[in-house]
Design a protein around this ligand. Structure first.
Ligand SMILES: Cc1ncc(COP(=O)(O)O)c(C=O)c1O
Length: 487
């Protein structure tokens, strides 16, 4: 290591890179066999890191060995095929390389001249995303960290633009009529957090009961809008789902757009889970109307198989973001700089410093082409259909909800017949399967019924790994029945 910087000599750094590349390669050599979860006690893992801040450094080779043993080898199997919980896409290898390159050049997409190529790549990825989902040619947007942040961004922009005449950015919401937001009861919890954050309050978030297919009930929604107006409230925003987190339900986006037009409301679409599947020929029709939305939230770390984190907000024009966020600051003033046409992301969002999240998306699209990525999304959907067929054919499983996308909700019954017992068994299965660790799956509640929920969002899944899921659940479930229900 050199004395007066934190850099290593070139040869030493080369050796470190070689060692770390070996670790990366090993992860992929073993990826198909990765356990879903390693069942260590929390206190044990805490103890590995329990030390005072180190005054002196350690040899990097030793550090890498520790990282391999305690972090890589114990990591939850998000990259492997046995992960079914939440919405955990497995990343991709180009993404791994892009992350390293992005950290190397350490660009800051706050200002164009701090990251010229990356700023243009951000813009290009936003344009491509709009094209892929059929949002239209005219688009502005923001590459952020996640679906949650994109939902917050969408609602912030909705509030700031809708109440622009009231100068809400200066006045705040004080003295205004309560402003009301509408969505289905299947909408993601980031929306609740967003309305809390924005001062709207969850009491003004109308979670309209969904229909049997988990999409929003349009007639009930309209009745609620009218009732709120009659009570002197200010409806201003509808949220449509382009794939709910529980079942992948896609709301009738055209019907929502009609209501938005009729009542002059902002339409935000949460496509964090399912939005990018609108690029598939087999699914595009389900998203009809998405082009009429004012804003759309997307997540590339879901169905574009990117390593965490990268999400995206789309709006119809750049000026919408500028009107929502621009704040002059003397030290950021660009008036003395050369060149027009430079887009300044700090003038279009709350964030200032921001890393090159778009590089991995852009490099993945360039390397694989969207046809190949779309084929992987389709494979996830086809494998979900296959799982559903297997469940329907099995006497000891019960399918509770299917999806147009790639989420299956089901219960393991074994030979139990009593509904309460089946519910208790499936609740017990969550911890038992975590302890077993071969597959990682979690549950959810659908209209009062507790179910296991399998989300297929990993290009490394196969029919064989799909059958393995049922085999493991069956094995662990039968043991549970013997232990908890038969003794
Ligand atoms: C429909 C939907 N919206 C929003 C989110 C939040 O996304 P993130 O985890 O990237 O914040 C999720 C996450 O699963 C989701 O499925």
């Amino acid at each position: 290591m050199q004395d007066n910087t934190l850099d290593f000599g070139q040869a030493e750094f080369q050796e470190i890179l070689n060692q770390s590349s070996k670790l990366v390669l090993k992860q992929f050599a073993e990826v198909m066999d990765r356990k879903g979860f390693h069942d260590f006690e929390q206190t044990q893992i805490e103890s590995w890191f329990d030390e005072r801040v180190p005054e002196q450094g350690m040899p990097v080779a030793e550090l890498l060995k520790f990282v391999e043993a305690k972090i890589l080898n114990t990591a939850t199997g998000n990259i492997g095929p046995h992960m079914y919980a939440y919405v955990m896409a497995g990343g991709n290898q180009i993404g791994v390389i892009a992350e390293q390159l992005a950290a190397t050049i350490n660009q800051n997409v706050a200002k164009w001249h701090l990251a010229p190529a990356i700023t243009e790549i951000d813009k290009r990825v936003i344009q491509w995303a709009a094209e892929l989902i059929g949002f239209g040619e005219k688009v502005g947007g923001f590459i952020g960290s996640s679906g949650s942040s994109a939902n917050l961004d969408g609602l912030t922009v909705a509030r700031n633009i809708y109440f622009e005449k009231e100068d809400i950015r200066a006045n705040g919401i004080f003295g205004m009529k309560p402003m009301v937001v509408y969505c289905s009861d299947e909408t993601h919890s980031s929306v609740d957090k967003s309305v809390q954050f924005l001062g709207i309050g969850t009491n003004q978030l109308r979670r309209i009961e969904s229909r049997a297919d988990f999409t929003i009930d349009i007639a009930m929604l309209e009745r609620q809008i009218k009732a709120d107006r009659d009570h002197g409230l200010q409806p201003f925003c509808l949220i449509g789902n382009a794939g709910t987190v529980n079942t992948g339900a896609i709301d009738d986006l055209n019907a929502l757009a009609d209501l938005a037009e009729k009542y002059r409301l902002w339409l935000h679409v949460d496509g964090a889970y399912g939005g990018l599947a609108a690029s598939l020929d087999t699914k595009r029709h389900l998203y009809a109307g998405i082009e009429r939305a004012d804003s759309v939230a997307l997540d590339f770390h879901k169905w574009f198989y990117q390593p965490f984190e990268v999400g995206c907000l789309l709006v119809k024009e750049w000026s919408i973001l500028n009107r929502s966020y621009f704040k002059k600051a003397a030290y950021l003033d660009k008036s003395l700089e050369k060149g027009s046409g430079r887009l300044e992301f700090n003038e279009h969002h709350f964030l200032l410093s921001r890393n090159a999240k778009s590089l991995k998306v852009w490099m993945s699209i360039k390397a694989f082409g969207v046809a190949r990525i779309k084929a992987m999304i389709q494979k996830d959907i086809d494998l979900t259909d296959y799982l559903n067929e297997e469940i329907n054919a099995a006497k000891d499983f019960e399918l509770v909800a299917t999806s147009d996308l790639a989420i299956s909700c089901f219960r393991f019954k074994g030979d139990l017949v009593d509904n309460d017992e089946i519910t208790r068994l499936n609740r017990l299965l969550i911890a038992a399967l975590e302890h077993d660790g071969r597959v990682f799956i979690t549950g959810t509640t659908l209209k009062g019924i507790f179910v296991l929920r399998a989300c297929f969002i990993n290009h490394r899944k196969t029919r064989q790994t799909t059958r393995y899921l049922l085999d493991v659940i069956r094995e662990v479930g039968e043991e549970l029945i013997d232990r908890e229900f038969k003794s």
